[in-house]
Design a protein around this ligand. Sequence first.
Ligand SMILES: NC(=O)c1ccc[n+]([C@@H]2O[C@H](COP(=O)([O-])OP(=O)(O)OC[C@H]3O[C@@H](n4cnc5c(N)ncnc54)[C@H](OP(=O)(O)O)[C@@H]3O)[C@@H](O)[C@H]2O)c1
Length: 212
Amino acid sequence: MKIGILGTGGMAAALGGAWTAAGHDVVIGGRSRERAQRTAELVSAAGHGSLAAAARHGDVTLLAVPAADASQLVGSLAGDLAGRTVIDCTNAVVPTDEGLMLATGGATSVARQLAAAAPDAYVVKAFNLCHVSTWTLRPSTFENVPLAVPYCADHSAAAAATETLISSIGCTPAPCGGLARAAYLEATAALAIGLWWAGGQPRAAFPASAQV
Ligand SMILES: NC(=O)c1ccc[n+]([C@@H]2O[C@H](COP(=O)([O-])OP(=O)(O)OC[C@H]3O[C@@H](n4cnc5c(N)ncnc54)[C@H](OP(=O)(O)O)[C@@H]3O)[C@@H](O)[C@H]2O)c1
């Protein structure tokens, strides 16, 4: 599959590397050509270029920039992203006196804001729950169980493309409904990250049912 990645940082490298190793055709796009080239070389991606070039390359585009910048960026690339699947892995978390909170307030989601910014793109929420290091594991298996990757999508073709990308790196797709439920994925990440930061173990809070 042709994948464009917007961003040249940790998530771009980790998922870009996993998808390249799985045989996908990945182009890394950044606002700095130099950083895009460096990340592309790091993960042996097929190419690199501007953000717009990466957006135009992908049947699927991974958005791997800070949540605070995501809507403006996607809006500026709306024409390039029309008709394409846009996977949003962002987490709009902000530390406050009350703990880690969502900049969205939780009633809406970054994913829905992106869908409004680029109405002809097919936005999917996925890959936001796990730490960046997870995507460098080969395979992503924990206690002999492949990692489940929850996602939310409104469009069947975008959901199918996302499932292909999840499966191709040895993980299990976990469909969680439409984009209206993306706020729950974002809130789950905020809760889990808050627990990690407090020294807790969020994975210990989701054991298999004793009845299974
Ligand atoms: N790190 C994790 O464990 C993790 C896990 C799940 C989800 N996420 C989410 O994934 C996203 C990326 O995280 P990351 O860890 O990869 O961050 P990162 O390493 O800091 O990389 C961020 C990337 O975004 C680019 N960027 C920043 N502002 C931009 C703008 N206005 N326009 C275009 N590009 C811009 C940066 O480019 P420059 O180099 O030019 O500044 C950089 O390439 C974030 O939304 C984060 O919440 C992260």
